[in-house]
Design a protein around this ligand. Structure first.
Ligand code: G3P
Length: 216
């Protein structure tokens, strides 16, 4: 399973990358806006920290605009993946950009049919947003399972990124059904290795060790 980090914050990326477990990064306009930085130079720096796919999203919603922005983003670094929203014009843009060997991550997907369309359009990645589905009273993970089955049925090569992850249980659920990639906010990433019994056990081991040490 690949771990992507869902953030545009360089400190978070550096800390997570130092653990050696980060395979890629996803950003979106909301995450980038929080950083109050020039978008393109931020993407360049992210690519220097994490050596894997880095998704950067277009903000145009018309075909020509998405192509224009996508081509510029792709020139920043060879690892840039252009994020295109799941809209009709976006599906056209996905096919064109992928035909130019620019990898696309089709974003804002909330149904298995949308994932199917992204795969048919030839997207390298598709991002179903499970947390936002859960918030709306659906089971987001159902969409992941359906999209994975569709990919198997038709041998689609589009990689599914479990996105809009809110808590560690989402990661467990994604891993249990064999999802290939999960993109994780830093807070959730940090929580993955923590357990109160680990802390307690370590404290006990260290204090027992101290007590057994011969006195000087
Ligand atoms: O990057 C897209 C996605 O992960 C957004 O998550 O928490 O804003 O629904 P969230």
């Amino acid at each position: 399973m690949k771990f992507f980090l869902d953030t545009a914050n360089l400190d978070e990326l550096r800390k997570a990358a130092a653990m050696g477990l980060v395979d890629g990064v996803t950003t979106n306009p909301s995450l980038v806006a929080k950083e109050k930085r020039d978008f393109h130079s931020l993407v360049r720096e992210i690519c220097e920290i994490v050596h894997g796919p880095v998704s950067a999203e277009v903000v145009a919603t018309d075909y020509e605009g998405m192509l224009r922005e996508g081509r510029i983003l792709a020139k920043i670094h060879e690892n840039v993946v252009v994020k295109i929203p799941m809209i009709a014009e976006g599906l056209r843009a996905i096919r064109t950009l992928e035909s130019e060997r620019i990898r696309v991550n089709c974003t804002l997907c909330f149904s298995a049919n949308q994932c199917l369309l992204a795969a048919k359009a030839g997207a390298s990645f598709v991002s179903p947003f499970i947390g936002r589905l859960d918030d709306a009273g659906h089971d987001g993970m159902d969409v992941i399972a359906q999209a994975m089955q569709i990919n198997r049925n038709y041998d689609f090569q589009t990689q599914i990124i479990v996105a809009s992850v809110r808590h560690p249980l989402h990661v467990v659920q994604a891993a249990t059904i064999g999802a290939p990639i999960v993109t994780i906010p830093y807070k959730v990433f940090e929580a993955l290795h923590q357990h109160p019994l680990t802390e307690l056990g370590l404290a006990r081991f260290l204090s027992d060790w101290e007590k057994a040490k011969p006195s000087k």
